[in-house]
Design a binder for this molecule. Structure first.
Ligand SMILES: *Cc1c(COP(=O)(O)O)cnc(C)c1O
Length: 354
């Protein structure tokens, strides 16, 4: 265990906050005054510091850059109407971080380092949490291998950091989606369930090909038959068919266990939908569409919360939707934002007071 006093704090001499224009906040571009940094060496976490946001000085041989032992998380902090800072479900991200770490043969992060580090860092930079509708402070914890040797083996040294970025409403226009049948994101036995940096790098080529064809993102399918849907880009995906909400199950290890996914399941249940977590084939989706039963398709994730899908293209078959009439996706989005901003009762205990 790490006692609270083991986190040393060096405050920035001057806050950059006064230079900020919160009306113009491109996602992930601006960072707060402070960051947390810790080193893993000799089997333990040490040098735990909160200090001014600054560049890292790295040796070119640092192993993460060569062999990709790198994982991350995405979390958001909000203010309620009284200006008190809260973080949305950070324990779920904490648990997932260690699941990713295990899969990448990286050390576990002790709960106190992650949670207490988060608490102290956010407390220090709480003025950076915009108190405006649908604004938040995006939290990016990450870990990477920092051995300075280019031999292929799990690194003995690691760095854990948390950086913070204020963000505005992430408006994503309803998306046009290409059902991917050539490239794959994840396969059973692979790293699909880990929030590993390399999953993102590996997805970019397919996404670029889809963009060339005029689509915003791909809908990933399974690696064997290209039949069962997995995720939409880097978001979990939901299909409303009749009064059922269907989302791919997590049992194959190919899907990221999204916190927004779990929250969406809970809220859709509250709205009266029957939830089915199970394999969902593209043939079933097309059948439902032809029968007029496919009412909504949307993606879920921390950055955008809910992204509506207005078009799905499978081979030569186009499925188009009138998102204006939708209920499930937009309602989940409104409820989530309201819970986060303290305007709707936090029945499920999702808001963690800093
Ligand atoms: C982060 C991520 C998600 C969304 O997870 P949330 O916890 O809801 O933000 C979904 N899919 C992939 C591949 C991801 O990396």
């Amino acid at each position: 265990m790490i006692a609270t006093m083991d986190i040393s704090i060096i405050k920035a001499e001057r806050s950059k906050l006064q230079d900020m224009n919160f009306d113009n906040l491109p996602f992930g571009r601006f960072f707060t005054d402070h960051m947390l940094e810790a080193d893993y060496e000799g089997g333990e976490w040490k040098n735990i510091e909160i200090k001014p946001y600054q560049p890292l000085l790295l040796n070119p041989s640092v192993t993460a850059l060569h062999y990709g032992q790198a994982i991350f998380e995405g979390i958001k902090a909000y203010k309620d109407s009284n200006g008190n800072p809260y973080i949305f479900r950070p324990y779920d991200n904490y648990r997932r971080f260690n699941i990713s770490a295990e899969r990448m043969q990286m050390p576990e992060i002790p709960e106190e380092l992650f949670m207490e580090g988060l608490r102290q860092l956010i407390s220090l930079d709480k003025n950076w949490i915009p108190q405006k509708h649908d604004y938040s402070l995006y939290i990016r914890p990450f870990m990477f291998a920092s051995d300075e040797v280019i031999g292929v083996k799990p690194s003995e040294k690691y760095k854990f950091l948390i950086i913070l970025s204020p963000t505005g409403p992430y408006y994503s226009a309803p998306m046009r989606i290409y059902v991917e049948e050539k490239y794959v994101r994840a396969v059973e036995g692979g790293v699909g369930y880990a929030k590993a940096a390399g999953n993102y790098g590996a997805s970019m080529y397919a996404t670029a090909q889809a963009k060339k064809k005029g689509y915003d993102q791909v809908l990933w399918t399974d690696a064997y038959e290209h039949k069962y849907v997995q995720e939409c880009g880097m978001m979990n995906v939901f299909f409303i068919i009749g009064n059922k909400a269907i989302t791919p199950d997590l049992t194959h290890g190919t899907i990221l266990d999204g916190v927004t996914r779990q929250s969406t399941i809970t809220l859709l249940k509250e709205m009266g939908y029957n939830i089915e977590e199970r394999p969902l084939g593209i043939d079933e989706i097309i059948e439902a569409y032809k029968a007029g039963l496919l009412h909504e398709v949307f993606g879920t994730g921390t950055a955008a919360t809910i992204s509506l899908i207005k078009e799905l293209r499978y081979k030569d078959f186009e499925m188009k939707f009138d998102v204006e009439k939708w209920k499930a996706g937009p309602t989940v989005k409104t409820w989530l934002i309201d819970i986060r901003e303290g305007k709707r009762e936090d029945k499920y205990g999702w808001m963690w007071k800093v």
